[in-house]
Design a protein. Structure first.
Length: 538
């Protein structure tokens, strides 16, 4: 850790330590939420089935199995929820789930890279702190073998096709959005027309960090830097006044580019003959990493606290996530400050933060409205917000529900005529069907025709509802008690037992198709899996 980062962390912890209450964070979360509620009706706690489904999706990336649900429902110990949370955050699926989640947040479906995936998986296996992850991503150090994959964030955004211009504006925007919570896209050529807080100098200040960065190889991935010797010149299209700025984060002090004698700008000079990139003495990427991913940077801490809250709660305290400004204040300002400060105090420990949120009554609240209520304001978090499942969550949950997850993990057969195995091919098809378009944040539940047609017509999905590999339909077809069969069906797919009305409907369906019982079971299983209830976390 550099001296700058050490001093920043020490000073900030000193400033916030007196504000830390004696009670654990999850208790303080509930106090803030209830205080804001001001007597409004609050939904009751989840039942055990809903809780297990929710926490499994959040920490494993899939629904629990019917066996896991039965065992949890049978457990009568009063602390079983806390124990299950600890099992999951320390379990083998947690790093993969977090790698998937942060890939979606950071890359927004712009593409994939095996070294990037490896980097994220290792980071979450080690429970690497967020400020270190962000620092490694923004620095994009090609000399550090252990963090090479981190450069994909920048390299992919600088990649271009044919005669396209390099999208420096897009990279500038995404650095501001994803790491600082400020979407400065409309402040590139002038002060933002609708958000008074966002100024052209803010956009240009971030641009000054990355103006001389270039892509070496998106597959490696790696980027290089040319020497930065001058400030960025800019002018508003409305006010024809010449202005200049060195690297500067919004609201922070500008850095003056140092002056070097000609030929002395590099520690290691670039070599055109060997096409070896140089190493500038003044690295603006290193400066960006130091200044942005810094505990003393309030925007950085508040943004990630808000995004982690969104991951668990389905909505940010500031929403949309990348529009932190005075005209879009937090729904719970004191709570967001608390979350950010506690996260810094605990050295950006993501696992600790998510565990505390999961332990709160707020997180464990039912998605059912309070009795007598017809609606609930989502920004108050008095009723659980229904959250869309990502394409990866849908994939793993579908495979678990139909009873084929273990088989595919143990039998990765190659796809005929392709270079990928069946699981890789299946994941690609789920991503194509259910993920958003590139650069489109996945924040809201938006059912699509593309996803509907995939469920209706994909042989991949339809084949899962025929008996094979010891899957769900094969298992159900061997059961002779229709009443228990329907229970097993609902537990396996919706992670709950059916209501009496639902059971009666299922029994009627099975009785009507008694001569084709296996087909009827597959049809009913498909109907449950294709439901909105299955596709959202509630």
């Amino acid at each position: 850790m550099s001296l700058i980062r050490f001093l920043s962390l020490s000073s900030l912890v000193f400033l916030v330590a007196p504000a830390c209450a004696d009670e654990p964070l999850h208790k303080q979360i509930d106090q803030h939420i209830k205080a804001k509620a001001a007597g409004k009706p609050i939904s009751p706690p989840t039942d055990d089935a809903e809780f297990l489904r929710r926490v499994s999706l959040d920490f494993q990336g899939r629904i629990p199995s019917a066996t896991e649900i039965r065992e949890f429902l049978a457990d009568k110990s009063p602390d079983k929820r806390a124990k299950r949370i600890d099992q999951l955050v320390n379990g083998p699926d947690y790093p993969k789930r977090m790698a998937d989640q942060f890939h979606i947040m950071l890359m927004e479906r712009m593409g994939e890279n095996p070294k990037w995936t490896e980097y994220l998986l290792k980071a979450f296996t080690e429970n690497r702190p967020w400020d270190r992850i962000a620092h490694e991503i923004l620095k994009a150090d090609r000399e550090n073998e252990a963090t090479l994959g981190a450069a994909f964030f920048i390299a992919k955004r600088l990649d271009k096709v044919g005669q396209e211009t390099t999208d420096f504006a897009g990279l500038t925007r995404d650095v501001g959005r994803i790491f600082l919570g400020k979407n400065l896209q409309c402040a590139q050529c002038h002060d933002h027309l609708f958000i008074d807080d966002y100024k052209q100098e803010h956009f240009q200040g971030i641009f000054a960090y990355i103006q001389n960065v270039y892509i070496i190889d998106v597959k490696a991935p790696s980027v290089g830097e040319k020497a930065t010797t001058e400030k960025v010149a800019f002018m508003s299209v409305f006010k024809k006044i010449n202005r200049m700025t060195g690297p500067a984060l919004p609201g922070e002090k500008e850095t003056e580019p140092p002056v070097f004698k000609k030929g002395e700008e590099y520690t290691i000079a670039p070599n055109p003959k060997t096409k070896t990139p140089g190493v500038p003495k003044f690295s603006t990427l290193s400066l960006l990493a130091e200044q942005a991913a810094n505990p003393a940077n309030k925007d950085f801490a508040r943004n990630i606290a808000n995004r982690l809250w969104f991951i668990m709660m389905g909505r940010g305290i500031v929403h949309p996530l990348d529009l932190h400004h005075s005209d879009n204040p937090p729904s719970h300002p004191e709570l967001l400050d608390l979350l950010a400060k506690e996260f810094v105090t605990h050295k950006f420990d993501i696992k600790w933060f998510l565990r505390e949120v999961a332990l709160s009554e707020t997180y464990q609240r039912s998605s059912l409205l309070p009795e007598g209520e017809t609606k609930s304001a989502p920004e108050l978090f008095l009723t659980a917000v229904e959250r869309r499942l990502s394409a990866d969550q849908l994939l793993w949950s579908t495979l678990e529900a139909v009873g084929e997850r273990e088989y595919l993990l143990k039998n990765p057969k190659p796809v005929e005529g392709a270079k990928v195995d069946l699981l890789t091919d299946t994941r690609a098809k789920f991503t194509q069907a259910f993920a958003n378009a590139a650069r489109e944040p996945e924040e809201e539940f938006t059912p699509s025709l593309r996803g509907t047609l995939f469920l209706l017509n994909s042989a991949l999905v339809q084949n899962s509802f025929t008996p094979r590999f010891g899957n769900l339909v094969e298992r159900l077809s061997k059961m002779t008690d229709d009443d228990k069969t329907v229970d097993e069906l609902y537990l396996s797919i919706l992670t709950r037992l059916p209501s009496q009305q639902e059971k009666d409907l299922a029994l009627k369906h099975l009785k009507k198709r008694a001569d084709q019982r296996t087909v009827a079971l597959g049809q009913f299983a498909w109907a449950l899996l294709a439901s909105i209830e299955f596709s959202v976390n509630h």
